[in-house]
Write a new protein. Structure first.
Length: 232
């Protein structure tokens, strides 16, 4: 099974530290490919893949509405045309993912469209901080795109609603680097690290998660290897 993660990103210095934390672990799973998606009005083509920097660029100006929606649709369409995948997980820079747990979740759960559920004027939607789309749902989305002034995650839910209803997926909402809520943790792979619009503690939380999940994982692997060497 192959999974693509698309991360909403931009060139703002405000998000540079978050971007660098993501870069520490995006290559940690062989069947998960991660791409930042950004807008750049100066690129030559409508969409460009920068493999070295794991970035997909859309020829557009950065904006909240409709910019995030445009980037999402363009990058999903690009992936459908050029890449093999079973699922896409669209997320943002101020989130943190346990890639191994994410992969295990996808192996055990057949979900076409899902995430942490919100309600916008009667429209149930999977939060834009992290939602799943199967390849089939991606194709349906691209074939039925519309223009709207709604937030990107709400527009996507509206487009998908005739065929796909959002399924709930647990998410860990971090209060600070030591506390969280929204259980069960044994099934959740997504940590929402945004605690304020100013992102006062976001990077501290992300760094703490990186140390807990990935650095300890590497230490465990090294210790296991050393123990095996003793027996051999």
């Amino acid at each position: 099974m192959k999974i693509i993660i698309l991360i909403i990103a931009n060139h703002s210095p405000k998000y540079l530290k978050m971007h660098r934390i993501w870069e520490k672990y995006i290559k940690n799973h062989p069947n998960i490919h991660v791409f930042f998606i950004k807008s750049d009005p100066d690129i030559e083509n409508d969409i460009v893949l920068d493999k070295e920097n794991h970035t997909i660029y859309l020829k557009d100006t950065e904006s909240l509405i409709p910019g995030i929606y445009n980037k999402t649709i363009a990058s999903i369409n690009y992936c459908l045309k050029t890449m093999e995948f079973d699922f896409i997980y669209r997320t943002n820079l101020s989130s943190f993912l346990d890639l191994n747990r994410l992969y295990e979740f996808f192996l055990s759960n057949k979900i076409d469209y899902g995430g942490y559920i919100g309600n916008h004027e009667g429209i149930l939607f999977a939060s834009g901080s992290g939602f799943i789309l199967s390849r089939e749902a991606c194709s349906y989305l691209i074939s039925n795109t519309i223009e709207s002034e709604l937030p990107d995650d709400v527009i996507i839910a509206k487009i998908l609603s005739p065929k796909y209803s959002p399924q709930f997926i647990p998410r860990n909402d971090m209060i600070n680097e030591h506390e969280y809520f929204s259980l069960p943790l044994d099934k959740s792979f997504h940590y929402r690290c945004k605690t304020s619009n100013e992102h006062i503690n976001t990077c501290e939380i992300m760094n703490s998660l990186y140390s807990t999940i990935y650095q300890k994982m590497r230490l465990t692997t090294v210790l296991a290897y050393l123990l095996l060497q003793q027996f051999w």
